[in-house]
Design a protein around this ligand. Structure first.
Ligand SMILES: *Cc1c(COP(=O)(O)O)cnc(C)c1O
Length: 361
């Protein structure tokens, strides 16, 4: 069986280093908001070239806290791609703001910058860009619109740690970014984890309080905050994993290049990138008209696949008020997309095997 993603194998490469860092936390007797969190946040700020990183409990909280930190009000509108993972949209709804869905570009699967301006109203406050599947959004036009209309640009960088646009890393492509360190992400820990990056001093200060009950000083509460912190064990694990992120992304890139060069099958549409540096291949998503047949075929040949994602947010029962809407490109993607295995621990033999089997379909 060729696994879609073997997390045990991924972390075992650093077994001794990770276990030593966990032991260090165990022995310290300090388990929340201590040295490990502080050091990881410093390391991550340095890596992304931003002024501040705030460790939080997960990626969705990171996005929620950015929106809360800006103080957007009920019915303020935030633009977001229609084909994103639902967490980007829930982060808006959970703040009682209104998500405004925009269709993606069928070639990049990222938000189509040409369709944004038509959705801007007086109530629009921000644009959430999602670097979907690991590819950094092409920001130029979005920066121009943000400037023109006075909007904040918020990145959902949960799938794109280390991806670059014009030599700048995700996390540093807008006013603030939310990252997830869920175990399966390119930079993952051993449980839930997330972070916010920003170079906005005021926002960073406010979120520092908001994520800790709205308090700067213990038992003194300036805001109605939440409790969302990155715990010490996860921060310690992430300090190890961050050291190998570039190397891991390079291996993903190598596999994707091999796939893109060698998969030759008229029934399969391969992903593309506008620049090799822009993509960290969190997933390798291909499209095919009869997805179920393709997935069953691969399953029989012992290749695991995953669908990112089978149902678009506007067709989910959770958003029944949108169920009647039509986003044809989003719907086409959700109908046709399927992700082949890609991970830094795949062997050359496995990668070659996937190509052979896909070409035989
Ligand atoms: C994983 C993910 C999130 C949410 O992160 P969690 O840590 O699971 O809360 C948000 N947006 C995108 C695009 C994701 O892939």
């Amino acid at each position: 069986m060729i696994d879609f993603l073997n997390l045990q194998k991924i972390n075992s490469r650093f077994r001794d280093e990770i276990l030593a860092s966990i032991e260090r936390v165990f022995n310290s007797g300090w388990y929340i908001s201590g040295e490990e969190n502080k050091k990881f946040c410093e390391d991550f700020s340095k890596y992304c070239k931003v002024k501040h990183t705030i460790g939080v409990a997960n990626g969705m909280n990171a996005l929620e806290l950015i929106i809360k930190g800006y103080g957007f009000k009920k019915n303020d509108e935030i633009i977001v791609p229609a084909n994103t993972y639902i967490a980007s949209i829930l982060a808006i709804s959970n703040n009682e703001c209104s998500p405004v869905l925009v269709e993606p570009d069928i070639n990049t699967y990222n938000i189509n910058p040409d369709l944004i301006e038509g959705k801007i109203t007086e109530r629009t406050k921000a644009i959430i860009v999602v670097h979907l599947y690991g590819q950094a959004v092409q920001m130029k036009k979005i920066w121009e619109l943000a400037q023109k209309y006075g909007l904040k640009v918020i990145e959902d960088a949960a799938q794109a740690h280390g991806a670059r646009y014009c030599e700048k890393l995700t996390g540093n492509l807008g006013n603030a970014a939310g990252f997830s360190f869920y175990p399966g992400k390119n930079l993952g820990c051993l449980g839930d984890g997330g972070a916010i990056t920003t170079s906005d001093n005021q926002l960073a200060e406010k979120i520092t309080a908001l994520h800790n009950y709205g308090s700067f000083k213990k038992y003194h509460n300036l805001y109605k905050g939440i409790n969302s912190r990155l715990d010490e064990i996860q921060a310690a694990v992430l300090r190890v994993r961050l050291k190998y992120l570039e190397q891991d992304n390079a291996r993903r890139r190598e596999i994707s290049q091999y796939y893109r060069k060698n998969i030759r099958n008229g029934k399969i549409i391969l992903p593309t990138t506008y620049n090799e540096d822009a993509h960290v291949w969190h997933v390798f998503a291909v499209r095919t008209e009869n997805r179920e047949a393709f997935q069953n075929y691969l399953q029989k040949q012992n290749i695991q696949t995953v669908i990112h994602y089978p149902v678009p947010p506007h067709k989910q029962p959770a958003y029944k008020e949108w169920n009647h809407l039509s986003f044809p490109i989003t719907e086409q993607i959700h109908r046709e997309i399927i992700s082949l295995p890609i991970s830094p621990v795949m062997t050359d033999a496995e990668v070659e095997e996937v190509v052979k089997i896909v070409n035989r379909y």
